[in-house]
Write a protein that binds this ligand. Structure first.
Ligand code: PEP
Ligand code: MG
Length: 756
């Protein structure tokens, strides 16, 4: 330190600050002592701490050198005066002639006119400004970079004191966006409608660092070296992991992690922060704070994305440093949770405590991904592609998620909260009005009956048949119970589960779809490496035909469960007749086996195929002779028709299921099924959207299967629809050269009073 009056080393100063902060006495008293210590230790005549209060105001909380009467009186808005500029830019400022700086504002109550030089640093925590630490001197002195570093290190320790809630209340600590702006709205893509209000919970919570000040620098450097080696080893092991080919996106992230992890600049800065007196974990946090604060204001998207990578990496390194055992026990979940994640796997969502979950916000993701399907099944409002959400929302922030309009309101004001509360109440009333049509048939105004079924995959879904007045379960995704377990369920376990489902469903039919894992549906206990293109890889029936024991066990379980009942089932991802025949043979073998063993048999057996692969459309004549029914899986079919990954957020809006190409394929399928007298249904997500469902009914579908939460509105749509003009209109527009006919159909619905 170049300050001539400095009597102690920076590390001693840091240790003393730490001791005072951790010592006895009221928060304000300790802060008063801390500013005196810093002033003395840094050779400054003035040391002041400004703390950010609600409304983005920086209040002078303690000072050594300025007039004490100004404490709690002097207040500056973020952006106002030099202190405000430091907070707004989240960057240090060192000026030898502060009073001539254009941003300088004079506050007479402070008596600061006699001090010419000023150096201030933001007090940052998690990349957010909690306040500003300032030192001033009478002379026009130049502060050197080393002094700025020292001030930043002390500011980091101060941040913990501010965040501890002793100086200002917890309510005020709730951060506002990035630098200054309260409240904030983030636009996002709609994944599942509905509104949810609650407090932000990060799906993978950050580790809190509790030990900040180093006792022994060498030891901290050694700890850092060891943790970096551990982390490299762990990253290399992950990269070598063959299953990683499953998710090329993850691989890309890990590869860029490794590059950053080896970046000498990053590690060098962490090393310097240790030299400043911090523990290794606090040093990682400090460097990360600086980076977040700087890069959060950069408009370059690539650089902003890197902030997340760095964040994740810093968290990994901190975890290696503190060790899993020492990690803070997870804090209790709030009553109302809004779950925030970059992306989520279906199992992660299923494992979450649903009784508290009000909404989900993903920074990435796609509406067709399985996690979104599960959110729809559970009727949890969900938005995705919420750019920057992870950098702008902190654990505990109040949030409103509007799945209808695709927005996230961060830290909304009281009025906004009230109006959303009203709106949620209105939705509940609307739901109640759907309940009024619950026991009425889904029949158009001109008397055409449409069967409305639910898609299910969890036991808790089944009561929805009765609650929504659906006709049955059109798709039971058997893989979902597999996904939440830690091992492969045996025949008995599966049979018990299927039996329970049938028991619960009573006389309503349930169509079980055999296991469809692979793609984004990964079983935690099973290496099902599917190559670089998992949706088109080793999944569903392909796995079952290559590993027959899986399918045979499942078929055995289904037969056992349906003894004395009707067995209705279908095979997913059938691409050719031969595959269906092979799967069907296995079923027949299992039926024979059971019969020979004298086991009670199903009353009837009804077997279908899912039409999800375009090749099957061209084999329909042969297929329709074999199957009892066909179910169109439009999620997969549309992704394969357009060669457009259903899980890729960049492509989420590129193609529309209600487009001429899809409508023509669907209409061809319906025509052939009708001609062959084979029932056909559609169980993809589009069936649950009233406008899309209207198009499907217009094309001739008389069976739809959808998330339970959609049944009421689709039924209401059907009951308000007169089919004959729609069918004629659809025939006219199916040749349109448009990207989508959604707008045309919406206009039709509005003109004809259809409730969409
Ligand atoms: C589909 O592909 O439309 C379908 C219903 O199956 P899943 O979404 O489970 O792949
Ligand atoms: Mg599918």
């Amino acid at each position: 330190m170049s300050g001539a009056r400095s009597k102690i080393t920076p590390r001693q100063l840091l240790a003393r600050v730490r001791d005072v902060m951790a010592g006895a006495g009221a928060g304000q008293d300790r802060l008063n002592r801390v500013v005196s210590l810093i002033a003395g230790g840094m050779g400054a005549e003035v040391c002041s701490v400004y703390i950010r209060r609600a409304g983005d105001v920086l209040e002078l909380f303690a000072t050594e050198g300025l007039k004490q009467a100004a404490v709690h009186q002097t207040r500056l808005r973020v952006g106002e005066g030099l202190v405000g500029v430091i907070a707004a830019r989240t960057r240090p400022l060192a000026l030898s002639d502060a009073q001539h700086h254009p941003a300088f504002v004079f506050r007479p109550e402070t008596g600061e006119e006699i001090y010419h030089s000023l150096m201030g640093v933001p007090i940052l925590r998690g990349g957010r400004v909690l306040g500003v630490l300032v030192v001033q001197n009478r002379t026009r002195r130049r502060y050197v970079a080393e002094e700025v570093e020292i001030a930043q290190t002390i500011a980091m320790v101060l941040a913990e004191m501010v965040a501890g809630g002793e100086l200002i209340g917890g309510e005020e600590l709730i951060p506002t966006d990035g630098i200054a702006v309260a409240p904030l709205q983030i636009t996002a893509a709609r994944f599942h409608r509905g509104m949810g209000m609650g407090l932000a919970v990060l799906a993978r919570p950050h580790v809190q660092v509790t030990r900040l000040v180093a006792e022994d620098l060498e030891e901290e450097h050694a700890r850092l070296r060891l943790a970096v080696t551990d982390m490299h080893g762990a990253l290399d092991a992950l990269l070598k992991d063959e299953t990683l080919a499953d998710g090329s996106e993850h691989r890309g992230i890990l590869e860029s992690y490794r590059m950053i992890a080896e970046d000498a600049g990053w590690l060098g800065r962490i090393g310097e922060a240790i030299d400043g007196g911090l523990t290794a974990e606090a040093a990682v946090m400090k460097v990360q704070n600086d980076i977040r604060a700087r890069l959060s204001q950069v408009s370059d998207r690539y650089l902003r994305e890197r902030v997340h990578d760095l964040d994740d990496l810093a968290q990994r390194l901190i975890k290696h440093l503190v060790g899993e055992d020492e990690m803070n026990p997870s804090v209790p979940l709030p009553e109302d949770v809004v779950l925030i994640a970059r992306n989520l796997g279906p199992a992660e969502l299923l494992e979450f405590d649903r009784s508290r979950l009000r909404a989900v916000v993903l920074e990435e993701g796609s509406p067709m991904a399985h996690v979104a399907i599960i959110a729809r099944a559970l009727d949890i409002p969900m938005v995705g592609q919420a750019k920057g959400v992870l950098g702008r929302v902190e654990e505990g922030d109040p949030l409103i998620v509007d799945g209808d309009h695709g927005s996230v309101l961060v830290r909304p004001g009281q009025n906004v909260r009230q109006s959303y509360r009203d709106s949620i109440a209105e939705r509940d009333r609307q739901k109640a009005s759907y309940a009024a049509v619950r026991d009425l048939p889904a029949q158009t105004c001109d008397g055409v009956r449409v069967e409305v079924h639910i898609n299910a995959g969890l036991r808790i879904d089944i009561p929805q048949i009765v609650e929504t007045g659906a006709d049955g379960v059109g798709l039971y995704r058997t893989e979902i119970p597999f996904m939440v377990r830690h091992d492969f369920p045996d025949v008995e376990t599966q049979a018990a589960l299927y039996g329970e489902i049938l028991e619960q469903a009573g006389d309503k039919p349930v169509i079980f779809r055999t296991i469809d894992v692979g793609g984004d549906k990964v079983l935690p206990y099973w290496d099902s490496s599917a190559g670089d293109n998992p949706a088109m890889g080793w999944r569903a029936i392909r796995i079952c035909l290559d590993r027959p024991f899986i399918l045979r066990h499942q078929l055995r379980a289904l037969i056992l469960a349906t003894a004395g009942r009707d067995l209705r089932m279908m095979f997913p991802m059938i691409a050719e007749i031969a595959e269906y025949d092979a799967a069907r043979r296995m079923l027949d073998m299992e039926l024979d086996r059971m019969r020979k063993q004298g086991k009670p048999m199903p009353k009837s057996v009804c077997v279908g195929a899912m039409l999800e692969v375009p090749a099957l459309v061209f084999q329909l004549p042969g297929m329709l002779k074999r199957v009892d029914f066909l179910s169109v899986g439009s999620n997969d079919l549309v992704q394969f028709l357009f060669a457009s990954d259903r899980g890729n957020s960049r492509l989420a809006d590129r193609y529309d299921p209600i487009s001429p190409a899809v409508l023509r394929v669907l209409s061809e399928i319906v025509a052939q099924c009708d001609a062959a007298g084979v029932p056909v249904s559609l169980c993809g997500e589009m069936a649950g959207n009233p406008l899309d469902a209207m198009a499907l009914v217009g094309l001739g579908f008389r069976r739809l299967s959808m998330a339970p939460s959609s049944v009421g509105r689709v039924k209401a749509m059907i009951r308000s629809l007169t089919l004959s003009p729609l069918a004629a209109y659809m025939a006219r527009i199916s040749d349109s050269p448009d990207h989508s006919v959604r707008d045309k159909l919406r206009t039709f619905a509005l003109d004809h009073g259809v409730m969409i």
